[in-house]
Design a protein around this ligand. Structure first.
Ligand code: GLC
Length: 437
């Protein structure tokens, strides 16, 4: 029986397509943005050249203004909807020659580069690679702060649920209820590939497609999107990833003597940290939440995204302590420790659904982010618990896309949910098993 590490490595090798890695055969057959970031961390432990290639391939999809799309369609596939013809990113005068989507995903590349630097045994070699991509990643941050922060607050918005990475979190229900959408004819493939009850509904997909149709009408012009998009949200996960990536780009920029860029990053960072703590922290819930910029209101719900500011060092020690109560004594673990960590949505909420995608199941990349955050704040025991739960899922069921949080229900299951042989589940398992923090 191959070891867990060998099994994880096999998943990555099987999903490798010449120069990049797909998230999952069939279900996600192209290159995805933040997936590639996590996947590169996994590759870095077993084949650094592939980690570099992963990042270079993703950057091939970068737009002239620094924007980095959520999908790069390097290859052909008929198993995914909506494909390149639906996204029609060529409508934008900023898009590159390669086909891409016109929406983005959480910006993880900055801190992925720092991870590669830490993992690599050949510092000189990896630094020269980082030097070769640094400016492109910096340009992506520049894009965010100049196009996605209309009130110059230090917080960037997302304009589509797929930009969040947490596609169908119940939080978006409160956005969908603010506008109507026509009945689009959908050509969904996902529900034919896996259990449809684990995926978003058709009604939700109507909203997803409607937003894309609006953006196409506006030729993906950011100013028009900021003015007209009914979905305009400051998301705690997205902003935490950007802040963590800022921090890494500052550290790497110092090594590479990129003084002007470092100074600019420091300026963004100072404002961003302050804004996260003043605007996205909910005193009643004692956690980081979402802000609906279009309708000017907080969306006060706890999700696994609420804990991601820990990884970026955003909360004070004191605030971190009260936040963490939710995890080990509160609703996420359950009062009697009845859940595996960490459900993607507050298990005590009426909107929680333990099987449905981002409405409750445990996701491995979020576990990894929270694990890193807990380490950063010195919560050794709790971080080890998250690691244990993560490895438990992989060992028991395999490298699925998401998992059932309830310990009781898990007794009745023989697999995880969603796609199997999912790349970031494998990649981050490699990191958890190998990386000495
Ligand atoms: C799903 C996830 C998203 C991920 C993509 C590819 O859409 O919600 O976060 O990037 O699949 O794996």
């Amino acid at each position: 029986m191959p070891s867990l590490l060998e099994q994880a490595s096999k998943v990555l090798h099987n999903n490798w397509k010449e120069a990049f890695t797909i998230p999952c055969e069939g279900l996600y057959p192209f290159q995805w943005n933040w997936d590639s970031g996590f996947i590169a961390i996994g590759w870095a432990h077993i084949d650094m050249e592939r980690a570099k290639s992963e990042i270079r391939s993703l950057l091939k999809g970068q737009w002239k203004n620094g924007f980095l799309p959520h999908i790069v369609f390097h290859n052909e596939s008929k198993t995914y909807y909506p494909g390149p013809e639906v996204h029609a990113a060529h409508l934008s005068d900023q898009s590159p020659d390669v086909r891409t989507s016109g929406i983005t995903q959480p910006p993880v590349l900055g801190f992925v580069l720092e991870e590669l630097y830490r993992i690599s045994e050949d510092k000189e070699d990896i630094l020269s690679f980082i030097d070769s991509v640094y400016d492109a990643v910096y340009q992506n941050h520049h894009y965010f702060y100049t196009n996605r922060d209309p009130q110059n607050e230090g917080l960037v918005y997302i304009c589509h649920n797929w930009e969040a990475g947490t596609d169908n979190t119940p939080v978006w229900d409160f956005i969908w209820s603010t506008f109507e959408v026509p009945d689009y004819e959908l050509d969904r493939k996902d529900t034919k590939l896996i259990d449809a009850s684990h995926r978003p509904t058709n009604k939700e997909y109507q909203y997803y497609i409607h937003l894309i149709e609006l953006f196409k009408q506006w030729k993906y012009d950011d100013a028009k999107i900021a003015e007209g998009s009914p979905f305009l949200v400051q998301d705690p996960l997205f902003n935490s990833m950007l802040i963590k990536a800022n921090e890494s780009l500052i550290a790497l920029g110092k090594l590479l003597r990129k003084n002007n860029k470092v100074a600019q990053l420091e300026q963004w960072q100072e404002q961003a940290l302050q804004a996260m703590n003043s605007k996205l922290f909910d005193e009643n819930l004692q956690g980081y939440v979402y802000y609906d910029l279009r309708n000017e209101r907080k969306l006060s719900h706890l999700s696994s995204s609420s804990f991601t500011p820990l990884m970026a060092g955003i909360p004070s020690e004191e605030r971190a302590e009260t936040m963490i109560e939710h995890l080990h004594r509160g609703s996420f673990s359950g009062e009697n420790d009845e859940n595996f960590l960490c459900a993607s949505f507050d298990p005590s909420s009426e909107f929680f659904n333990s099987k449905k995608y981002w409405r409750g199941p445990v996701w491995i990349n979020l576990n990894w982010i929270i694990y890193r955050g807990l380490k950063r704040y010195g919560y050794e025991e709790l971080s080890e618990k998250i690691k244990e739960h993560t490895i438990h899922f992989m060992e028991t069921y395999g490298f699925y896309e998401y998992f059932e949080p309830s310990k009781e229900l898990n007794k009745t299951l023989d697999k995880g949910y969603g796609g199997n042989n999912f790349s970031w589940s494998a990649a981050l398992t490699i990191d958890l098993l190998t990386n000495k923090l």
